[in-house]
Ligand binder design. Structure first.
Ligand code: PEP
Ligand code: MG
Length: 576
């Protein structure tokens, strides 16, 4: 039995045999050809390109119907790879010179391309590597005349194990016999992780040694919530997880039945349990899971998978759709938060030593008022179609907030002049995700309509732990007394100034913390849709009075471990 740790990319527990896919397909035997065979080899290459194009267009159509335009757009980049003259010409010229089979030459050229791209530091170009990899594998399959090894051919539920999984492979897992997947590389914000969450396939990425340690048909327990894989578990562990899987399944079915019950404590205090989204297409899942609003709409995903910039009209249409669909519930649009680990090729952002502490989020927006205004105008215009609110990410001080609001006022003025309707009273909130903001929450509360605590960042900055670095992941502790005290200070400061405070970082959907946060007085918990029913249930399982006592006790404990043990014991006592 072996336990591997990785990054929790999509939640849930699944058990199944490993099914390895990937790199082996590049091993193509070296084979000489004669001068006369060259035209035939060129023809084979052309046919493989045409066949690959057909496959991608079919896949694109299917994804567009099943999942929507945004997901299907990823394949535009794949089609462009097929038209890459440099790649095609290199294959043909080497074929003529070297007299080796086109499959072999192509596999060599592909390896070279992948090698070059993997060394480039630009995140966008790195993403393109997975496009080239993906298309390259398809071309190679067609060149070798192999049957397309489709995930649809897999007859039993398997766990896919790969060095990397491309967005197109992830998308083709939709409605197939794939119960989970595991990869050596990747991060929470990769297209692959985003897709996995929206397809509700548990996934652990960034495991580093997954393909080195897992063989075909090894039995795997994938815990996508904990970011953990157990390889060939012993009987007890397997039984425990099977039970856990069953319990979770039963629990989530049961919870879905009650999904529309309000999140009210047993003594009548209600809180909001709402959802985080990245794409408008997620709205049906938000409703399905009983979230009564959207507490974080991460709009920067709008800029991904495209080479151009979205227009104001595109922003507007997306926000209008979400506002209308969610009406009468609130939708909080976060203004773009690029930088950190979210790079967009359309902007000329230089590589920084400390990108999370660099030119990011509101700092970027204040430096590019043209782009910022475009988004603000779109939000304002959409505000008449539902209950829209907005918030700024990464505010570190009062002046930044005031500067952002000056730009917002300019937008309002422009719209008024043009007689474009908008909600003049739109609520403007501040994300509390920088320790300085948490410490001056009393001052910020006088300038903001609401707070939303972004614990994903707040924890990394407070504890000096890069949220994307696996080597220091053991120090990334939401239960750290410093974090709990900061949160308490933010909530108290908000309430002292009569504003509401939510939390949209992952901590809000971590069962360990729900009662503590409830007891501290958090008004709103925003999370991935999937988590909504279980968190609602936890809120309904306790009185506000008990939660207050729990929070008080948790705040008095000196170490994260003690807080966790204390809460685990409390949760265990809950009969589900
Ligand atoms: C956060 O930092 O907690 C947050 C919600 O924002 P993001 O994860 O997008 O940085
Ligand atoms: Mg953040």
């Amino acid at each position: 039995m072996l336990t591997l740790k990785g990054i929790a990319a999509a939640p849930g527990i699944k058990i199944g045999p490993a099914y390895r896919i990937g790199r082996e397909e590049y091993i193509v035997p070296i084979q000489s050809i004669t001068q006369e065979e060259i035209p035939l080899q060129i023809q084979l290459f052309e046919e493989a390109l045409i066949q690959t194009r057909k496959e991608i267009i079919e896949l694109q159509k299917r994804i567009s119907t099943d999942m929507g335009q945004d997901e299907a757009q990823i394949f535009d980049a794949h089609l462009l790879v097929l038209e890459d003259r440099m790649l095609i010409e290199e294959v043909i010229s080497r074929l003529k010179k070297e007299h080796l089979s086109v499959a072999y030459i192509f596999s060599e050229v592909l390896k070279k391309y992948i090698d070059v791209f993997s060394k480039i530091e630009d995140e966008y170009l790195k993403e393109r590597m997975s496009d080239i990899n993906d298309v390259g594998r398809r071309i190679l399959r067609n060149l070798l005349g192999k049957e397309h090894k489709s995930l649809g051919d897999i007859k039993e539920k398997v766990v896919i194990v790969a060095h990397d999984i491309s967005p197109s492979d992830t998308a083709s897992m939709y409605k197939q016999n794939v119960c989970a997947f595991v990869t050596d590389i990747g991060g929470k914000t990769s297209h692959t992780a985003i897709m996995a969450k929206s397809l509700e396939i548990p996934a652990v990425v960034g495991v580093q040694n997954a393909t080195a340690s897992i063989k075909m048909n090894d039995i795997l327990i994938v815990d996508g919530s904990m970011g953990m894989i157990i390889v060939n578990p012993d009987e007890d562990t397997l039984l425990n997880y099977q039970k856990e899987e069953e319990i979770l399944k039963g629990l989530s079915d049961k919870l879905l039945v009650d999904k529309d019950l309000p999140a009210v404590t047993q003594d009548g205090e209600s809180v909001e349990i709402i959802a985080n989204i990245e794409f408008p297409d997620e709205v049906p899942s938000v409703k399905l899971h009983g979230a009564q609003g959207i507490g974080l709409y991460r709009t920067e995903f709008f800029y991904m998978n495209r080479k151009d910039l979205p227009t104001e009209e595109e922003h507007f249409q997306a926000y209008k759709y979400v506002a209308e669909e969610m009406k009468p519930y609130p939708v909080i649009i976060r203004t773009i938060d690029i930088g950190g680990d979210k790079f967009l090729s359309q902007f000329d952002i230089p590589k920084e030593m400390q990108p999370f502490m660099g030119w990011r989020a509101i700092r970027f927006c204040l430096a590019r008022p043209d782009l910022f205004k475009l988004q603000l105008r779109a939000i304002l215009r959409a505000s008449v179609y539902g209950k829209l609110k907005m918030m700024y990410p990464m505010i570190s001080g009062i002046e930044e907030l005031k500067q952002a609001n000056v730009i917002l006022e300019q937008c309002k003025k422009e719209l008024k002049e043009k007689r474009v309707p908008f909600d003049d009273d739109i609520e403007v909130g501040v994300m509390i995700e920088v320790p300085s903001a948490a410490l001056i929450a009393d001052l910020l509360a006088k300038e903001a309509d609401f707070f939303s605590i972004g614990t994903n960042d707040l924890i990394q900055y407070a504890l000096a732990v890069d949220r994307t670095n696996e080597k220091v992941a053991y120090l990334y502790e939401p239960a750290h007394p410093a974090v709990l005290r900061m949160i308490k200070n933010v909530i108290d400061s908000a309430h002292a100034n009569n504003i509401k405070v939510g939390m949209c970082g992952e901590m809000a959907s971590d069962e360990i913390f729900v009662w503590i946060l409830l007891g501290m007085g958090l008004d709103e918990f925003s999370m991935p849709s999937l988590a909504v029913p279980s968190i609602k249930y936890l809120v309904r399982s306790i009185t506000a009075k008990e939660a207050k006592e729990i929070a008080k006790e948790a705040l008095s404990l000196p170490t994260p471990k003690e807080v966790e043990l204390f809460m685990q014991a409390k949760l265990k006592a809950l009969k589900r």
